[in-house]
Write a protein that binds this ligand. Structure first.
Ligand code: NCD
Length: 313
């Protein structure tokens, strides 16, 4: 059966465990996987800018011995001639074995998956979801902390437009003992559908404005950039862009084992002086992103390597 990744909830918690076990095995024994995707092609269809996600997915496929093709800009695709996502994906399905799509419109990846005859990975749809970043975040947390449950996790910055935040809350809400501290200016609060979800499930959360007031209670701090491209007016962006700046002074009050994550790109929200703090995990996160995307490609293509841990089914 054809399988896609649209939101992190497309995989059960057990399937995610299997995916992360596979990612760990890939990290420990990369040679075992070096030819696992020989002869397979990945298409990356990016209608919105990206550095990490596109190159990370492409690196993942190249590490597996497969090949890559695609476009990194809507202007260089037939979208500029007016072609629909539905038609583009039907065409790409004739060329590639698997496709990753990023699009400024919410739901675009879902439309693509409905018309595709190959697995489709949502690499970010507008301000909605970004599931492969969440897989990256979860693998990073699991690797650094040894578990995915019983944390107080602070999410700070643009919680309204930050799709990585929405996907991460969706995914973390499934684990036991999770408490969210949502830190944002009032204008950039999480959308109501996220707080509805937390209320419905009785998951504890609080919404606060000042990072300084809560930083000492956090086990994990997920910083995000103010999403300039999703603002309707420049004035609001300029007013809010430097609302949070995490520096060594503020970090002094944080727990000694409170890891700092960030999906990147960073603008000003984490001062560069923090980079050398042992709690700064955002560049490690990038490396975990490659392992987990390798595991994802293998899983969606249904490729089993002999003596590898069983992939999610
Ligand atoms: C994120 C995104 O594109 O949503 N970046 C990424 O994929 N690592 C976060 C962001 O752009 O702020």
């Amino acid at each position: 059966m054809l399988r896609h990744l649209m939101t992190p909830l497309d995989f059960s918690a057990q399937e995610l465990d299997a995916l992360f076990d596979l990612a760990d095995d890939i990290r420990e024994h990369p040679d075992k996987y070096a030819h696992a995707c020989a002869g397979k092609k990945l298409a990356t269809c990016f209608y919105e800018p990206s550095t990490r996600t596109r190159l990370s997915i492409e690196t993942a496929m190249l590490n597996l011995g497969g090949s890559v093709m695609g476009f990194s800009d809507a202007a260089s695709s037939s979208a500029s001639k007016g072609e629909s996502v539905a038609d583009t994906i039907r065409v790409i399905s004739c060329f590639a074995d698997i496709c990753a799509i990023r699009h400024p419109k919410e739901g675009a990846a879902m439309v693509a998956s409905e018309f595709a005859s190959i697995p489709v990975i949502n690499a970010g749809d507008g301000g909605h979801q970004h599931p492969t970043q969440t897989l990256t975040d979860l693998l990073t947390i699991r690797s650094l902390k040894g578990r995915l449950d019983h944390f107080t996790i602070g999410l700070c910055g643009d919680l309204k437009f930050g799709r990585t935040v929405h996907s991460l809350i969706n995914a973390m809400a499934r684990y036991e003992g999770i408490r969210f501290v949502l830190i944002s200016p009032p204008e950039l609060r999480v959308p109501d559908y996220i707080t509805d979800l937390l209320n419905d499930r009785g998951i504890p959360y609080e919404e606060v404005i000042r990072l300084e007031d809560v930083i000492d209670r956090l086990d994990l701090l997920y910083m995000t950039r103010v999403q300039k491209e999703r603002f309707f007016n420049e004035e609001d962006y300029v007013r809010l862009k430097n609302f949070y700046v995490l520096d060594t002074e503020k970090l002094r009050r944080a727990k000694s084992d409170m890891y700092i994550l960030h999906p990147l790109p960073r603008v000003n929200e984490i001062s560069v002086e923090v980079d050398s703090d042992p709690r700064a995990a955002y560049f490690k996160q990038v490396q975990y992103g490659v392992y987990v995307r390798m595991a994802l490609i293998l899983t969606l293509l249904g490729i089993q390597t002999t003596d590898a841990p069983a992939a999610a089914e």
